[in-house]
Design a protein around this ligand. Structure first.
Ligand code: MG
Length: 161
């Protein structure tokens, strides 16, 4: 078993698309970034990479590369999962903590879990997505952006047989 930790932050901007966990959420503000700025998937990818000490998403998908501009982070995660598979590991479960003052994530959590489960090759019960506000404190409290923490557990496929 190997465990990995991930963290990411993205800034809000008016009129941008808000994509979280692969789901487009109706919102007056979206997140800015080189890719689709899916901060949840970015934190999750770093957790998945971290579990096998494979560096971070900046190493794998440099934001200086034009081919990653506006790309769906779900596609990047697919590459991370392929790497994990190639290394002889599978995902056991993930736990994600979204820190945001808005939007309300409750109506979207099940949809995100379904999408992530499919990509990670696990069932929805192995995907935990939680959300908290920051009680109006700090940059998240001022609604300047969203931060996400993620933990992923991987297991060696060989040992599981
Ligand atoms: Mg990011």
């Amino acid at each position: 078993m190997r465990v990995g930790l991930g963290f990411d932050v993205h800034r809000f901007e008016a009129g941008k698309k808000l994509v979280l966990g692969g789901v487009e959420i109706p919102s007056a503000v979206g997140l800015i970034g080189h890719s689709d700025a899916d901060v949840l998937i970015h934190a999750l990818m770093d957790a998945l990479l971290g579990a096998l000490a494979l560096g971070d998403i900046g190493d794998h998908f440099p934001n200086t590369e034009e081919r990653y501009r506006g790309i769906s982070s779900m596609l990047l995660m697919r590459e991370v999962v392929a790497l994990i598979t190639q290394k002889g590991y599978r995902v056991v479960n993930v736990d994600v903590m979204v820190m945001a003052e808005k939007p309300k994530l409750a109506p979207h959590k099940a949809g995100m879990a379904r999408l992530l489960a499919r990509e990670l090759g696990v069932s929805s019960e192995d995907i935990s997505i939680k959300a908290t506000t920051m009680e109006k404190m700090g940059f998240i409290g001022r609604e300047e952006g969203i931060a996400v923490q993620a933990v992923a557990l991987l297991a060696s496929v060989a040992e599981g047989r």
